[in-house]
Design a protein around this ligand. Structure first.
Ligand SMILES: NC(=O)c1ccc[n+]([C@@H]2O[C@H](COP(=O)([O-])OP(=O)(O)OC[C@H]3O[C@@H](n4cnc5c(N)ncnc54)[C@H](O)[C@@H]3O)[C@@H](O)[C@H]2O)c1
Length: 439
């Protein structure tokens, strides 16, 4: 079989002799790399972060969803290695790009990480490789940005190399849905690319769903995340209204979700965080503007979600003032600083903004979060407190921002004077007390 031919690539994938490269070993890339390794592929992970590479080599996982044992096992079996050296790209049969896609200064898409990563691929490309982008981005990125960079080598997509987009759907902290059992969408630039990308993911993922193009696959991801952002904003708005009506939003949602069709529960909170929900829809609204199109839903939803930290502070002020206290003279304990439950991830976490705002108002702030032994961001430099009775008595109020599973909420309820719970964790655990006020 001819080296570099499509037949050869397919054969290598089917026999699991294909060498897989993952560029960017973060929340998305590291679990994906280990999924391929677990299924018998040789995987090379490339990352520019020297510290992350060092940690991997020592068998230390910095991603909550990746266990030390899982990582060590892949390293021991020599199925996975991590490097900063991009020259390895030449050895790869499949290259999967999982680099960050943040926002720039003016909240526009910053695809510089994608550009840099794909340029490294271009510099090391060879015939017979498939390149897949997994980073979330606006529709058109694979075709308008990656394709011309890769074809500038003189090689032709669909003939010499293959190119596809496949959105990552990982849900950090989710114990049920992991990479292997979350259906995967793929869309190639050419039909051949779709075919090969499907064949590749079919080896490790239970269900792979091809769509008509890379643009369509990019749009699927943005529809999914826009759907979440809009529904979270809706329920955040209804939550603030319920407070005016003196109704419990959590009770309302629990009752509404008994309807077997036409309703899907979303929950309010102190704001949205992470690398996806607050950012991805803005990629779509930016691209829409290029077409003279205004994405009203995204703009409204983003502004409602962004107003939640301020709303939480206003509610906290009221709660304290009902007890003849003011924010500036209060000792406040923040419980949970991660942007979501059971993850060690602070990106875009609303807790950071809230701590900043409360400190500016003169409040004395401490925090507890089992995932963060220290907190050092801009003007914030703090150590967590230990949860013991005498410590807890010092606080005028605890503000629960994140509902991590490994926190003793009963102990908190027994020892704190006042709790403002923005996640409804106490009710869900059956802990009731007059000192707990819910969002
Ligand atoms: N975190 C999530 O829950 C999630 C879910 C679905 C999709 N996504 C998307 O996946 C992408 C990656 O997100 P993440 O959370 O894994 O980010 P991350 O920041 O955790 O990891 C990205 C990694 O890429 C590395 N990197 C950056 N430029 C590089 C380069 N040129 N070469 C090699 N490595 C490079 C960084 O050092 C980092 O380790 C983003 O587009 C994000 O929107 C994330």
């Amino acid at each position: 079989m001819k080296k570099g031919s499509i037949k050869n690539l397919k054969q290598k994938i089917k026999s699991r002799k294909a060498v897989i490269g993952v560029i960017g070993l973060g929340y998305v890339g590291l679990p994906l790399a280990l999924t391929f390794a677990k299924n018998g592929f040789n995987v090379i992970g490339v990352d520019i972060d020297r510290d992350r590479i060092k940690k991997i080599k020592k068998g230390f996982s910095y991603i909550t969803d990746v266990s030390r044992a899982e990582l060590k096992n892949a390293l021991k079996k020599k199925k996975f290695k991590a490097t900063q050296n991009v020259k390895f790209i030449k050895k790869l049969d499949a290259v999967i790009i999982c680099v960050p896609t943040p926002l720039g200064k003016n909240r526009e898409p910053d695809i510089s990480y994608i550009r840099k990563a794909v340029t490294k691929v271009k510099d090391n490309i060879r015939k017979g490789q498939i390149i897949i982008l997994e980073s979330t981005t606006y529709p058109g990125t694979t075709k308008e940005i990656l394709l011309p960079i890769l074809e500038s080598t003189g090689l032709k997509e669909g003939k010499d190399f293959y190119l596809a987009f496949s959105p990552e759907r990982i849900d950090p902290g989710n114990k049920v849905y992991r990479t292997e059992n979350t259906p995967k969408i793929i869309g190639g630039i050419s039909k051949k690319s779709t075919q090969i990308a499907k064949l590749l993911y079919d080896q490790v993922i239970e269900e792979v769903i091809p769509v008509s193009s890379a643009n369509a696959a990019e749009m699927v991801k943005l529809l999914e995340n826009t759907f979440r952002v809009v529904n979270i904003a809706l329920v955040n708005e209804i939550a603030t209204l319920c407070d005016k009506f003196n109704l419990d939003i959590w009770e309302i949602i629990d009752a509404a979700k008994t309807k077997p069709y036409g309703f899907m529960p979303f929950y309010p909170g102190p704001g949205v965080g992470g690398h996806c929900i607050p950012i991805d829809p803005l990629y779509l609204s930016w691209k829409a503007k290029e077409h003279g199109f205004e994405t009203k839903f995204i703009d409204l939803a983003s502004s409602i979600n962004e107003s939640m930290p301020q709303y939480v502070i206003e509610r906290l002020e009221k709660i304290l003032s009902n007890r003849r206290k003011t924010v500036d003279k209060s000792n406040i304990l923040i419980v949970g600083i991660a942007y979501k439950k059971d993850v060690k991830d602070l990106r875009e976490s609303p807790a950071i903004g809230i701590i900043n705002l409360l400190q500016k108002r003169g409040a004395s702030i401490s925090y507890h979060d089992p995932y963060f032994p220290f907190l050092k961001i801009n003007s914030i430099d703090m150590k967590p407190i230990k949860l013991n009775g005498s410590n807890l008595k010092k606080y005028d109020c605890a503000l629960v921002m994140t509902d991590h599973s490994n926190v003793d909420y009963k102990f908190l309820a027994d020892n704190l004077k006042l709790i403002f719970d923005t996640r409804d964790i106490f009710s869900r655990l059956g802990i009731r007390s007059r000192s707990i006020i819910k969002l």
